[in-house]
Every structure is written in structure tokens, then in C-alpha cells.
Design a protein around this ligand. Structure first.
Ligand code: FE2
Length: 300
């Protein structure tokens, strides 16, 4: 008998990064990505998107991802969830009023030491300033490196309720927490750390504008525009001032009904219907050039 997962991640909410130069990073997010400063708390900076939802937290430190926050259902008893995570050896901590717009947060570290935050509900956290730059729609997904993507996918499926959307051979797994093709990915690499993270754009016009906007800010597009195979999103990749690879994407596959088990049909799908599968061989992408040499290590 299959056991129900302990938790069920739903929406990806925000990510926390440390940066050696938080002000430089803040400037990039304001001017290029289009997030706005909500508040400062000691050394911490809180940034929201145009929909007044917390999207990023920046703290001073080495350039690194610190945690990833997902929302859980309002029906979940958070204390009971904490007890269940504890029983599973995950050492959860419950925090009250930890972040703007978030009243309760349950944090834990996964078996490879990446910190996750589970939150219920939210109140709007408008930026103190007019949102400029690209005004991205939201934080869309985070991809982590791991020595063992199979083990990671099993943990996130069996314990955290994510579903596998696609594999690239046995080295890259795309997992969905809601209807979108992926919110959390794992790529095979020697150590656990960040592979890339991605913000969602609103459509092809926005993608076109993003290419022009990155050029104006002298941020080379390292890969793309491309329409990927897995997920079938269009995407461009660049590096932020801390050297992290940032993807801007739109038009991601959606599994609007889990019971049907396939992604909403789209003209560029090669399989009809397009079900989760293992992608083997090239060409994988629907169109677009191969990644630039600087970007190949990130080729998913
Ligand atoms: Fe991505």
C-alpha cells in the first residue's frame, strides 16, 4: 500500500538568498527583474512582485541560496504537520510572524541540507515603490543540483507530495507541486547547491521585451530564446550580479487535470497527448540554438 505524503507542497512562494552585496542585488532586482522593496529588517531585504506577494528575501553572506518557500493548504494543521516531519527525522521549526505577509512558517532541512519553508496563506505586501524593470509575474521554479536525482525525486514525491513531470535521461528531473509542469527540479552534479532559478513572464511580447531589456543593461543572454522540449516553455538565461543563473520563461505546460495524466494539448507537442516521460537524445528543444559554452554546464 502506498503511504500518503507527509506534506503536500502547493505553490512556490519565495526564495531566500545570501549575497556579499545585498544593495547591488537589490538594484538588479528593482531595475532589471522588476521586484520592489517591501521592507528592511536589520540586514534583511524583502522584495515583492507586482501582485504584492513576497518573492525574494536577501541577507548578507556568501552568494548562495538559503531556502525555498512553498505554500501548503489552509486545511493542514501546521502543528500536526510539524509533529509528522519530526517523526520523519526532519527537525522542523515553527516560527510566528517571521516575514512580511506571513504569519506562520514551518521550516526544515531536507536530507541533503537544503532548507525549505512551508507557509499557509498570505496578506499583501506591496512594494514601497513603483515596480519598474520587467515586472515579472512571479518566481516560477527553482532547480537544485544533487548527486542523486532519483533519491531526491523519491523524497519529494513520497514525502512532500510533488509529482514527476519529466526526466531527461536519468540526470534531470522536473517536478510539479501544482498544475504547472515544474516548480522544483533536480540535476545530477557532485554537490547539492543551486542550479538555476526562474521568473515567469506574461507572454511572448514580454519575452521579446526581456531580451531588449537585458541587452540595455549589458546582461548577455547566455542561452535562448529557446522553446524547450520538457515543459515546452520559451526561455532565456542570464547571470545575476552574484553569478547565479536566472531563467526568464513563459508558456509552460500545464497539467490542468491530474486525473487525466497529460498536459494541456499544445501545437508544438510531439506526443499526443503529452504525458510525463523520459526524454532521451537530441534534439530535445522544439526550436532555438544550443546553449553558449558558458551556459553548457547548466544545459538541462
Ligand atoms: Fe528552468
Amino acid at each position: 500500500m502506498t503511504q500518503a505524503p507527509i506534506a503536500r507542497f502547493t505553490r512556490l512562494r519565495h526564495a531566500t538568498f545570501t549575497s556579499p552585496d545585498p544593495e547591488r542585488l537589490l538594484d538588479y532586482y528593482r531595475v532589471v527583474i522588476g521586484l520592489g522593496l517591501v521592507a528592511r529588517d536589520g540586514g534583511r531585504l524583502f522584495l515583492a512582485n507586482e501582485s504584492e506577494q513576497l518573492s525574494l528575501v536577501i541577507e548578507r553572506g556568501d552568494a548562495a541560496l538559503q531556502s525555498i518557500a512553498f505554500e501548503i493548504s489552509p486545511d493542514v494543521q501546521i502543528e500536526a504537520l510539524g509533529a509528522a516531519l519530526k517523526q520523519a527525522g526532519l527537525r522542523p521549526e515553527l516560527h510566528s510572524d517571521p516575514l512580511p505577509g506571513v504569519s506562520r512558517l514551518l521550516s526544515f532541512s531536507d536530507p541533503e541540507g537544503t532548507r525549505f519553508e512551508l507557509i499557509q496563506g498570505w496578506t499583501p505586501t506591496p512594494a514601497q515603490e513603483r515596480i519598474g524593470g520587467l515586472a515579472v509575474a512571479k518566481l516560477g521554479h527553482v532547480a537544485l543540483r544533487t548527486p542523486d536525482p532519483q533519491a531526491a525525486s523519491e523524497f519529494y514525491a513520497n514525502v512532500m507530495g510533488l509529482r514527476v513531470s519529466d526526466w531527461i535521461e536519468d540526470r534531470f528531473v522536473f517536478m510539479r507541486s501544482g498544475f504547472e509542469h515544474h516548480t522544483l527540479n533536480f540535476a545530477r552534479a557532485p554537490v547539492r547547491n543551486l542550479h538555476h532559478f526562474a521568473f515567469e513572464l506574461r507572454g511572448p511580447d514580454h519575452m521579446h521585451r526581456a531580451c531588449d531589456h537585458l541587452a540595455r543593461h549589458k546582461l548577455p543572454v547566455l542561452w535562448g530564446p529557446v522553446r524547450h522540449g520538457p515543459g515546452h516553455n520559451t526561455a532565456i538565461y542570464h547571470r545575476n550580479p552574484d553569478g547565479h543563473l536566472v531563467e526568464l520563461f513563459c508558456d509552460l505546460d500545464r497539467m490542468t487535470d491530474e486525473a487525466l495524466g497529460y498536459f494541456e494539448p499544445r501545437p508544438w507537442h510531439r506526443d499526443r497527448p503529452q504525458r510525463p516521460k523520459v526524454w532521451v537524445g537530441l534534439p530535445r528543444d522544439v526550436w532555438g540554438m544550443a546553449p553558449s559554452p558558458e551556459c553548457t554546464e547548466f544545459a538541462r
